[in-house]
Design a protein around this ligand. Structure first.
Ligand code: 3PY
Ligand code: MG
Length: 225
């Protein structure tokens, strides 16, 4: 349903969403069938799942909580075929969905399978340039909620905090300077518009649960007068 709305892409969230691997693999062709890229987020540290999502035709994978160089390296390795990484061959659905033959898929997949490393802790901010230097990392996806928890030393969740905004701008500039793609999550449409104005080319807008609750509340408010 969401892929048939005016979104440019749909993200399937295996970290916090209610979808496991089989359901995500079933949803990917539905998103691609609507002519949109299918992006998927893996659970923390489950880098092998990134390869399986690519095998299923995912256009991009987001890896949460990339807090060490080793995290970034391992994620990148599962995203890219040799010689860049260590992805293993078996893209059964992806080859068919791409419309390419196996040889062309192999030759081109590293270029069109985008890996986003999430920066959402102080540790990640501290090694941002080194994460960006990983060849298997095509972009940085910022998580403003976890970042706000980290920057406040566990004091609370406030993705609108001014310190979060400063960190977001820093990540945007460093990522651009590295020639890679900056991306971010926005929990409202207004926040998404602000991020787009800042220069983020990819912004995830709200979640299925937020949209469902907002729709439910609007319908109930209208029904009850
Ligand atoms: C965060 O804000 O921490 C996120 O992971 C957004 O998806
Ligand atoms: Mg997060």
């Amino acid at each position: 349903l969401l892929a048939r709305e005016d979104f440019d892409a749909v993200t399937l969230d295996m970290q916090h969403g209610a979808v496991a691997l089989a359901a995500t693999l079933r949803a990917i062709p539905l998103v691609l069938g609507a002519g949109k890229p299918a992006i998927a987020r893996i659970p923390v540290g489950e880098f092998a799942t990134a390869s399986r999502l690519l095998d299923g035709g995912a256009s991009a994978v987001i890896a949460p909580m990339i807090n060490t160089i080793e995290d970034a390296r391992r994620f990148g390795a599962f995203m890219k075929y040799p010689p860049v990484g260590e992805r293993s061959w078996g893209p059964h659905a992806a080859v068919v969905l791409s419309g390419l033959g196996p040889a062309d898929y192999f030759a081109r997949a590293n270029g069109f399978s985008l890996g986003f490393a999430m920066v959402e802790t102080r540790e990640a901010l501290g090694i941002l340039d080194r994460i960006l230097a990983e060849p298997g990392v095509d972009g940085i996806f910022v998580g403003p909620s976890d970042l706000s928890i980290a920057l406040s030393g566990g004091g609370g969740v406030d993705p609108m905090d001014a310190e979060v905004d400063r960190a977001l701008d820093h990540v945007l500039q460093r990522t651009r300077a590295a020639g890679k793609l900056p991306a971010v999550f926005a929990h409202t449409g207004e926040r998404a518009a602000a991020f787009a104005r800042m220069g983020f080319p990819l912004v995830a807008v709200e979640t299925d649960t937020l949209l469902l609750r907002a729709g439910a509340r609007a319908a109930l408010a209208a029904a009850r007068g």
